[in-house]
Write a protein that binds this ligand. Sequence first.
Ligand code: FAD
Length: 483
Amino acid sequence: MKEFDIIIIGGGAVGCAAAYVLSRYDLRIALLERNPDVAMGSSGKNSAVVHAGFNNKPGSLMARLCVDGNKRFEEICKTLDVPYKKTGKLVVGFNDEDMAIVERIIADGARNGSIGLRRVGRAEMDGLEPGIGGIGAVFSSNTAVFDPFLYTIHLCEAAMQNGVSFFMDTGLAAVRKEGGKFILQTSREDYRCEILLNSAGLYADRVSAMAGDDTFTLYPCRGEYFILDTAAAELISRPVYPVPHKGAGGLGVHLTTTVDGNVLIGPSAEYIEDREDYATSRGMMDRLFREAKALLPALERDMIIGSYTGIRPKLVPEGQANYGDFVIEESPRVENLVNLIGIESPGLTASIPIAEMAAGIISGKRRLGINAAYRAEYRGVHPFAALDSGTQRALIAENPGYGEVVCRCKTVTRAEVLQALRNPLGVKTIVGVKNRLHTTMGRCQGGYCLAKIANIIMEEFKLAPEDIVYRYQGDTPFPGAVK
Ligand SMILES: Cc1cc2nc3c(=O)[nH]c(=O)nc-3n(C[C@H](O)[C@H](O)[C@H](O)COP(=O)(O)OP(=O)(O)OC[C@H]3O[C@@H](n4cnc5c(N)ncnc54)[C@H](O)[C@@H]3O)c2cc1C
């Protein structure tokens, strides 16, 4: 049986941040993830905004850790080679009632220590975002957008570089304690550890219950999104939100520019029963489009190129007004079980402070020596499209794979696809390539590049078409031959 000091459950941004932060110490650490790759839960299905911390209840952990995360996010992205853009954000009001909320947001932001907030009137909005409706807004200069896939992947790969072991396709099924240690029964093999760090996102209540603390119940709340073509990015240059209204379950349907040059509309907020129900619905999509058009009248339906859904792990059920703050604690019932529960938005922004708080709990339990091999910096696949033409020519001369464009929408080359496929986790899925290079995410949504990427996977790993995995084990884009 493999034995570690700490086992982290869940390869989302928070679990990977915990792996990265804890890799500073001389510990035997493993992370178990039930999916074939990291960033396949909420960390890959969100708005990708670095929030400034003014929407969270003053005094809450969410507010404190979000403000801290926001201040450090740009530096973290530089250290880990993650695309980041400080865009600022507008939170728009349409009437006097909304403008009272604008004032409240600014006051809450000040109490939370959120910096760079001010009220702007219509004239200034015309300069910032002429296409947006409304009579006034909060302007948050410290809001940013970033790439949540590469953020999570690079946290994971940096932690691996520092000695953390990652086990993919390894779902935790049961936990028991033996001689003061946890024995973890998984879909693959059993593991033993002293400290169990539960970062299982939507399933964190169940993992806690498996380990002996059934205090928590999470209520899934679905958020659907539309993805708009890069043409829509000519209409706005930063995230634009309506002021949040009570009971909305989220921050309201907003328009978010992505680091990749697309625009998102969403998310909705709908409590659902099934935690795996990632469906998008026509009715909700119509509503989202209507609400987004109220913010940005020039939007057209033919700008829509795709959709996706994220699910929030809410600690408060539908209709209840109490505040569901992050839970970051050692379970009062089970010694050495560290629970990270209810990590909904702003969990990405706050991921490093959350991980540091978890490390603080662990350092109170055992002495943490320094890992002499620790390196904070990590570098990923450098995008060919971002290089100047001289460097591009030199690279093509050295490796003709750079001369073969596989994804036309995002100008991704065969050489980059091969680098992405040679990732340290050993991920060989189509979605694994997509999350590392943004292939299949452009206007063609894979129409051009999917077959080319599948061919490269087949050549590289000597696979038959039906063995290619799209997202999860057993999920292939090529189920059988037509002739
Ligand atoms: C619609 C939406 C919009 C959001 N927008 C933003 C935003 O703009 N900015 C922001 O800061 N935050 C945002 N968030 C919040 C943010 O996405 C989450 O807080 C963050 O991604 C949580 O990371 P995590 O690692 O806790 O969870 P996840 O990313 O969900 O990871 C948990 C992992 O645990 C794994 N797992 C579960 N059970 C098991 C098991 N038994 N065995 C092994 N593995 C298991 C899952 O497969 C999953 O990979 C948004 C969230 C949603 C849903």
